[in-house]
Write a protein that binds this ligand. Structure first.
Ligand SMILES: [Zn+2]
Length: 465
């Protein structure tokens, strides 16, 4: 069994006390032990990594994303969520498996470089005849080496049925359920060490029928997989939901059987006290995506209040079309600043922000007992951050240096199940530069395919003086 010993590092395990000068021993794909250097075990033939000047944390967990959006960044920059979606649906309608593979390679590589070891992805557009889009992103995740939780998304309520998306990008309900069941049967691995799990994920209340929501929940529960969707992202959504169903989004989801410990939702920005209490009581989790919410002017999720009332919160970068080049590590800072700007300096601590990014995310994905903390027996998903750079070394608290710095500290090492994905700030699983180039190629291809279909793809118009 391969073994690896990180020595002389500041260890922030998220569960249990921090260790000023400690070690982490990895055997196979698990954490075998951790503790102070005074108790370091004989490492035998283990690879030794000197962690002097480094902080060790659990790998970060990203719980909301749309990887394909890497290919459509920088568009509709000043739009509301609904305006942004209506602008981008026709562009996305042109994507194919090659676009998805390139975008996912770049997106997941970028996430790895920001300390992410597990990522979900919510893919909800499957234009007909464009190849196997789900297989394409799974292949990219395998190559990059991250633990991957793709959520098979869907939309069945186009404009002709009162939904927001054009009819050309939605699928019939039966086809969605068949394809989703097939995705679970083909790919879902429920084992402890799993690197691939599927979730069931109709897109949002304004693009999905109530029938699909109900049937999707029944399907997921019959297969023992998790449920994911967007919820309560903007006030526009709340108004539309009230107009169409007579109730607010959380009430609507409760009626459809969509609150529960097997559900996590993206955003959950506009929640009342009673909504938060229902999230806490039912074990419904949420993915807080502060940069995306800020970019789209959606509002600020009530994260401090959710934590205070016992609701689980993880972090998400959200798709790159609304969050652009947002890395996961920076979302800790963004979350902390949003809460403090609204609620004062004690609203969210650096340690709480780190917990959102790790254990909170692991719980969203139903993996709180496998991931999210450094504890013996858990999976060896570990980030080793170099916090002794010439400018960072004046900060005595390494967790503060990680969470509060605008510039993310470089990664000395990133391990997924004990395997090296990033070393000395460079991807080691796929060639560093080709991962970025794959994303650029995906962008060029999507732009060309969209223009061939008569869809203009234009960056923000210049405002002439
Ligand atoms: Zn989203």
């Amino acid at each position: 069994m391969s073994a690896l010993l990180i020595e002389n590092a500041y260890v922030a395990p998220v569960a249990g006390p921090e260790i000023r000068r400690g070690y982490v021993l990895v055997e196979g794909d698990r954490i075998a032990a951790l503790g102070p250097m005074s108790e370091v075990p004989g490492a035998g033939g283990a690879e030794r990594i000197d962690g002097t000047g480094c902080l060790v944390t659990p790998g970060l967990v990203n719980t909301h994303h749309h990887l394909y959006q890497w290919a459509s960044q920088g568009l509709a920059q000043d739009a509301t969520l609904f305006e942004w979606l209506v602008t981008l649906y026709p562009v996305w309608a042109a994507m194919d498996a090659e676009v998805v593979h390139g975008a996912a390679t770049a997106g997941l590589g970028h996430l790895a470089l920001s300390g992410c070891t597990t990522s979900s992805d919510h893919h909800y557009l499957f234009p007909r005849g464009r190849g196997d889009l789900l297989a394409a992103e799974i292949e990219a995740a395998r190559a990059v080496g991250l633990r991957f939780h793709p959520a098979r998304g869907s939309m069945d309520r186009g404009r002709s049925r009162g939904g927001l998306p054009p009819d050309e990008v939605v699928e019939p309900l039966d086809a969605i359920l068949d394809a989703t069941a097939e995705a679970v049967d083909t790919y879902h691995d429920p084992s402890f060490s799993s690197k691939l799990r599927i979730a069931v994920a109709p897109c949002s209340p304004f693009s999905v029928s109530s029938d699909l929501m109900t049937a999707a929940a029944a399907l997921a529960r019959s297969k023992g997989v998790r449920l994911h969707t967007h919820l309560a992202e903007t006030l526009d959504e709340e108004e539309l939901c009230l107009e169409q169903t007579g109730v607010r989004p959380v009430d609507h989801m409760e009626k459809l059987g969509w609150l529960g410990e097997d559900v996590w939702v993206a955003h959950a920005v506009h929640l009342s006290d009673a909504d938060i209490d229902r999230f806490a009581a039912t074990g419904t989790g949420s993915a807080h995506c502060p940069s995306s919410n800020g970019r789209l002017g959606a509002g600020v999720a009530r994260v401090s209040e959710m934590l205070r009332r016992g609701a689980n919160v993880g972090l998400g970068v959200d798709g790159s079309a609304s969050a652009e080049l947002t890395g996961l590590a920076g979302e800790m800072r963004q979350a902390l600043l949003f809460q403090r700007a609204l609620n004062g300096p004690t609203a969210l601590t650096a340690r709480q922000a780190l917990e959102l990014a790790t254990l909170g995310g692991a719980r969203n994905l139903g993996r709180g007992h496998e991931l999210g903390t450094l504890e013996p027996g858990k999976l060896a998903d570990v980030a080793l951050w170099r916090v002794d750079g010439p400018f960072a070394s004046a900060v005595e608290d390494p967790v503060c240096a990680l969470v509060l710095a605008t510039a993310q500290p470089p990664l000395a090492r990133l391990l997924v199940g004990g395997e090296t994905v990033v070393e000395d700030g460079e991807l080691r699983t796929v060639p560093h530069d080709t991962a970025g180039e794959a994303g650029a190629r995906a962008h060029r291809r999507l732009t060309r395919l969209a223009r061939e279909r008569g869809v203009p793809v234009t960056p923000e118009p210049r405002r002439d003086p």
